[in-house]
Design a protein around this ligand. Structure first.
Ligand code: C2E
Ligand code: CA
Ligand code: CA
Length: 491
């Protein structure tokens, strides 16, 4: 250009940085001429404008701001033509946090970049694809026609993720949860569409991931109340207002209490005593679960240490504490457990941490190491709800579980339902083979207790003995020296 009449130029374009990111740069140049007016060189500047230009540097996609701007234009056009046939899709990669935590940020970034490439491939050139931040993406589908077509687009996106993504030599199967909201004349601002698509995405995620949901109005009310509950739960936790209840665990050979399981309760000013089913799922989604688990761990350990000193028995009372499956073992968990034991003086062997099978199956390599380190310190490890997941025999053999808890759903089928007895017997045989203790959960009737005894089950807990109770009630039970009839007495 510069040899012609134009004195200067300006151009904005993207460059592939050697770290793999795109950078947007603006280059400006002015011709420098000699005395005869001939251009001899260029004086100019080059500026990295990635942040201001509205593009995400990792994927080269429009960022949130640019997305909202484009969506505003689409809305404006729709209003002019009175044709509200566009849709907004909100996408969130499933388990992205897990990739980042277990493989590191490099592979995490690669995953995002590959996902955005695949996204671009499935949408039409006109549609806007954007990265909103983190592992969140959004799409505007123009002239999409109807909801069914938007749903098909969501399915196409899921399909592109069916092929594995290779990260660091490992094959990863990614999936996304997708929320869809259809255009409506009532939408005033682009943020509102994005918000509703986000709410629908959340529903897709809690409905089991790798799926899509379409926004409808009552989701909005639910989202508001969820936020409210989250806030209340956080405040209760900070105020130290959660409580551990205790359920006794009975040694079937003596009939006496040998252990207690600590179970969280949330005393709520309006709703009364709230049970874990009502808030643990929310706590897991929001990450509050880690604080809850730590809180219950500390309360349980402190309390049981006090009871050990108060009621010196033949065997020291043990305490079992539930550990969430979310990111088990991370964030200094081992150190925290050690600190609590040291501070309270509870022998490590008196503590057992309960985890479900899925904790291990989701991330075998990462969890295995944590389990061994806990076990080396003498801390007990229990598999909770055994039989409901999909543990393999080799997994049982390789991991240092000290206790297996037979899920209540099997115990409740005893003795009447055919096959239940064989199943429970098989679990007990299996536990013997891996030298683990067996605890039957949810024992409600004397018949169930009799069968379990006959099968050689070690310990049991359930409403037959006691529901989970608060500290004074549990203390009364321990003080009474109560014991349930031993086998000799029942015959
Ligand atoms: P879980 O670990 O399987 O705990 C046993 C649940 O079964 C308890 O419910 C207990 O009240 C109930 N239960 C005990 N005996 C019987 C019986 O004979 N019949 C029947 N029908 N139910 C019985 P709860 O306390 O409502 O806890 C529910 C679940 O919430 C627990 O299941 C556990 O997965 C989770 N949870 C409780 N506390 C915590 C905690 O501090 N941290 C974490 N991460 N999860 C917790
Ligand atoms: Ca449990
Ligand atoms: Ca259980």
């Amino acid at each position: 250009h510069l040899t012609g009449t134009r004195p200067s130029f300006e151009s904005t374009y993207r460059m592939l940085h050697k770290d793999g990111d795109y950078r947007w740069v603006t280059t400006r140049g002015t011709a420098v001429r000699d005395v005869h007016g001939v251009a001899t060189r260029i004086a100019g500047s080059q500026r990295d404008v990635t942040q201001t230009i509205g593009y995400d540097s990792l994927t080269g996609l429009p960022n949130r701001l640019l997305f909202l701007d484009r969506l505003a234009h689409v809305m404006e056009r729709a209003r002019r033509h009175k044709r509200f046939d566009y849709a907004v899709l909100f996408l969130d990669l499933d388990r992205f946090k897990w990739v980042n935590d277990s493989l590191g940020h490099g592979p995490g970034d690669q995953l995002l970049a590959e996902f955005s490439r695949r996204l671009k491939r499935v949408v039409r050139g006109l549609d806007t694809v954007a990265r909103l931040g983190g592992d969140e993406f959004a799409l505007v589908l123009e002239d999409v026609g109807d909801l069914a077509a938007a749903g098909r687009a969501a399915n196409r996106i899921q399909q592109t993720l069916e092929a594995p993504i290779v990260l660091d030599g490992k094959e990863i199967y990614a999936s996304a949860s997708i929320g869809i909201t259809m255009a409506k004349p009532e939408y005033g601002r682009p943020e509102e569409l994005l918000r509703d698509a986000d709410i629908a995405m959340y529903r897709a995620k809690s409905g089991g991931r790798a799926r899509h949901e379409v926004f409808d109005q009552h989701m909005h009310a639910e989202a508001v109340s969820r936020l409210q509950v989250e806030g209340e739960l956080r405040r209760s936790l900070e105020a130290g207002a959660l409580r551990a209840f205790f359920q006794p665990i009975i040694d079937l050979s003596t009939g006496g209490i040998v252990a207690v399981e600590a179970l969280v309760r949330w005393p709520h000013p309006v709703r009364g005593l709230v049970f874990p089913d009502q808030f643990i799922p929310l706590a897991e989604e929001t990450g509050l679960i880690h604080s809850i688990d730590r809180f219950v761990l500390r309360q349980g350990v402190e309390q049981v240490r006090r009871w050990q000193q108060q009621f010196e028995g033949r065997v020291p009372l043990e305490v079992s504490v539930n550990m969430s499956r979310v990111q088990f073992g991370r964030g200094g968990m081992i150190e925290e457990v050690e600190r609590i034991l040291a501070e309270t003086g509870l022998p490590p062997a008196s503590l057992s941490l309960e985890l479900t099978e899925s904790v291990v199956m989701d991330d075998p390599a990462g969890v295995r190491d944590v389990l061994w380190r806990l076990r080396e310190r003498g801390i007990g490890l229990s598999i909770d709800d055994f039989g409901t997941g999909y543990s393999s025999l080799s997994f049982l053999q390789q991991l240092p579980f000290s206790t297996i808890k037979i899920d209540r759903s099997f115990v409740s089928k005893l003795p009447s339902q055919s096959g239940a007895q064989d199943f429970v017997r098989a679990i007990i045989v299996l536990s013997r083979a891996v030298r683990a203790r067996v605890i039957a959960e949810g024992v409600e009737t004397a018949e169930q207790l009799a069968v379990l005894r006959e099968l050689g089950c070690d310990w049991a807990q359930g409403y037959l003995f006691s529901k989970p109770v608060d500290v004074p009630a549990m203390e009364a039970l321990l003080a009474s020296g109560i014991s349930w009839p031993a086998p000799e007495a029942t015959h």
